[in-house]
Every structure is written in structure tokens, then in C-alpha cells.
Design a protein around this ligand. Structure first.
Ligand SMILES: NC(=O)c1ccc[n+]([C@@H]2O[C@H](COP(=O)([O-])OP(=O)(O)OC[C@H]3O[C@@H](n4cnc5c(N)ncnc54)[C@H](OP(=O)(O)O)[C@@H]3O)[C@@H](O)[C@H]2O)c1
Length: 325
């Protein structure tokens, strides 16, 4: 089959479409003929050599896909040949075929095309496992998401809104903020021209928000703590601005704050299956009802993965960037 190979660590130009061995499935896995895959920020780090695939994962990039089941392992009972599905992957999505543990597969939500369904697994599993399963964001609470126009942000705004949450979003341009507003964000903050802590305080009567989803890391750490209400929860999923900082433990004491961080890719198979199952139970109905829609910036042919990475690194996109084999 054809797949995108990271020929050597480096810039987007190191991504080459090459002939590689077909993946072999294990007894608890399914082989999917890939209809579409989507980019994630982590793919750009893997390409540069700073985010190696976990043990046993495909060496090729691609953390999610949609497609048709073409064969099933002997211990798989739920899925059969011909099923149209989407899946959370540990790698290998930038390819014509991929082998996936059966517990990481979801049906294509009714009303969503097979192609567009590839936009959901990574954002849905990341946001659901952090903001909802761990930080317990609930109806009537307030939520700040940084990078509101990102793949993660566009999904987080929609799912939080349809669960009765007041949503705050940051982004780096007025065009991106207008899009966040259209998705339902209540308070949109341009992080390049405004002080988000001051704005959060102003909009919450001085209290702060209940939950923050952060992808910036060190430079926002103290500001995030300063933006939380009593019993507030900060969940860090990215360190785009750096990972090392100082913490004054006193700022956690005063308002009983919780700080957590996690990655999805390195979780155990059991843990991923549990997240995928919760996503099907709680998120899929919102997608089926049309309350959460895929936000797709552009489709590229798989052979243009380098151009797609260039676009992601330019940060001009809103929502997901897709690849089609
Ligand atoms: N831990 C996990 O399991 C997990 C899983 C998926 C994603 N992530 C992380 O989540 C983030 C989003 O991922 P993605 O794939 O959706 O990427 P993406 O679409 O490329 O989004 C990156 C976003 O970061 C925003 N950003 C950068 N610097 C910022 C700052 N100083 N303040 C506010 N926003 C800032 C950008 O906003 P502007 O363009 O407006 O500057 C952009 O919206 C990435 O950091 C990624 O690594 C983590």
C-alpha cells in the first residue's frame, strides 16, 4: 500500500508518499481501508523527531481515520467487513490501510459523511477524556478553552455549549474569534491584544471560570491559575509555549485548585477503549442531533501531506485539516 513516510526528522518536505508493507492485524484488531485522515499538532512534532510513536505503533504518522472495514481479527465480534467506521489510532493513519484495536473504533455518526467522520476521533476523545471525564465540567459552569479555532477548540466549544456551559475562547485574530462566536462561544478574547485574565475576571464578576483547557503550557500557567474560580480545574494538553515554569503552591491553596495534564496517545489500550466507549455514549448523540458539527478547513490529497503540514504550522486554518488517500 501507499503511506506517508517520515524519511528523516525535519520540515514538511521530509514527508514522502511511498510504497510500504500492508499492516497485519492481530486477533483483537480490524483492518480499515482509509477514506480520510486528519492532521493533529502532534504529527508535526513526530515529523520533527520530538514525539516518537509509542512501542508497537506504526512508524507512520496519523492519529485518526475514517474508512471501511476490510478484515477482522478472530476475537473481534462487534465489527464486520463492509462496516463504515472512524477510529482513534496510535499512528499509521496517513496511509491507504491501517490496523486498529477493535476498542478504538466508532461507527460513523448518522448524518456525517464517511470522509468528514475522520475529523472527530482525536478531538472528541481528547476533549471528552480531559474536560468531562476528569475535570467534570458540568451544566451551569464556565469553561475557558485556549486556541478556540483549533481542531480541539472548535470541537470543545460546540460540545460544551450543547451541555449547558458558558464558554470563553481565546484565539489570535478577529476572524478566528468571529468563527468561535458562530460556533457558540459566549466570550471571545484576542490573546494578542487583550489580557485574558482581566477579561475573564470582568465577565465573571471577579470570580473566574470553573474549568480551563490549555494547550500553551508554561507561559500561561500562572495566568490560568489566576483565571480560575474556587475549586477550579486546569487541564493542560499541550506545551506549545514551553513546558518548564515555577509554581507558587500558595496559589493552589487559596482557591483549592486542581492542575492535571495528559496525552491520549500513550494511554493503555483499556483506557483508550473506555474513552472511546464514553465518547460513543455521550458525544455521538450530540453529533447525530446536529448540535456538534465537523469543522473542516480543507481537504488535501494524501500525496500533499507536506503542504498540509505547512498550512498547520502557518496557523492560518480554522478547524481540521484533512488528507484523502
Ligand atoms: N494531550 C493530548 O492528548 C492532545 C490531543 C490532541 C491535541 N493536543 C494539543 O492540543 C492543541 C491543539 O491541537 P490541534 O491539533 O487542534 O492543533 P491546531 O489546530 O494546530 O491548533 C493549535 C492552536 O494553538 C493556538 N495557540 C498557539 N499559541 C497560543 C497562545 N499563546 N494563546 C492561545 N492560543 C494559542 C493556536 O491559535 P492561533 O492560531 O489563534 O494563534 C491554534 O488554534 C495542540 O497543542 C495539541 O498538541 C493534545
Amino acid at each position: 500500500m501507499k503511506a506517508i513516510v517520515i524519511t528523516t526528522p525535519g520540515g514538511p518536505e521530509v514527508l514522502k508518499l511511498q510504497e510500504v508493507e500492508d499492516p497485519q492485524i492481530k486477533d483483537d484488531e480490524v483492518l480499515i481501508n482509509v477514506e480520510a485522515t486528519a492532521l493533529n499538532r502532534a504529527d508535526t512534532l513526530q515529523r520533527k523527531g520530538s514525539y516518537p510513536p509509542p512501542k508497537g505503533a506504526s512508524p507512520h504518522p496519523g492519529l485518526e481515520c475514517s474508512g471501511t472495514v476490510v478484515s477482522v481479527g478472530k476475537h473481534v465480534s462487534r465489527w464486520k467487513v463492509g462496516d463504515q467506521v472512524c477510529a482513534l489510532l496510535s499512528g499509521g493513519g496517513y496511509a491507504e490501510k491501517v490496523a486498529v484495536p477493535a476498542g478504538q473504533i466508532l461507527p460513523v455518526p448518522p448524518g456525517v459523511s464517511l470522509k468528514d467522520a475522520a475529523a472527530f476521533p482525536e478531538v472528541a476523545c481528547t476533549v471528552w477524556s480531559t474536560v468531562f471525564m476528569t475535570s467534570h465540567l458540568s451544566s451551569g459552569e464556565t469553561f475557558l478553552v485556549h486556541g478556540g479555532s483549533s481542531g480541539i477548540g472548535t470541537f470543545a466549544i460546540q460540545i460544551a455549549k450543547c451541555r449547558g456551559v458558558r464558554v470563553f475562547a481565546t484565539a489570535g485574530s478577529d476572524e478566528k474569534l468571529a468563527f468561535c462566536k458562530k460556533l457558540g462561544a459566549d466570550v471571545c478574547i484576542n490573546y494578542k491584544t487583550e489580557d485574558f485574565v482581566a477579561r475573564v475576571k470582568e465577565e465573571t464578576g471577579g470570580k473566574g471560570v470553573n474549568v480551563i483547557l490549555d494547550c500553551v503550557g508554561a507561559p500561561y500557567f500562572q495566568q490560568n491559575l489566576d483565571s480560575l474560580d474556587f475549586d477550579g480545574r486546569l487541564f493542560i494538553i499541550g506545551t506549545q509555549g514551553g513546558a518548564k515554569t515555577e509554581l507558587n503552591i500558595g496559589s493552589l491553596f487559596a482557591r483549592r485548585l486542581t492542575v492535571q495534564a495528559a496525552g491520549l496517545r500513550s494511554r493503555s489500550l483499556e483506557n483508550k477503549a473506555e474513552i472511546v466507549s464514553e465518547v460513543e455514549k455521550y458525544v455521538w448523540p450530540a453529533i447525530t442531533a446536529g448540535e456538534v458539527k465537523p469543522v473542516i478547513h480543507k481537504y488535501f490529497p494524501l500525496s500533499e501531506a507536506a503542504e498540509a503540514h505547512q498550512l498547520m504550522e502557518s496557523s492560518q486554518h480554522i478547524g481540521k485539516i484533512m488528507l484523502v488517500p
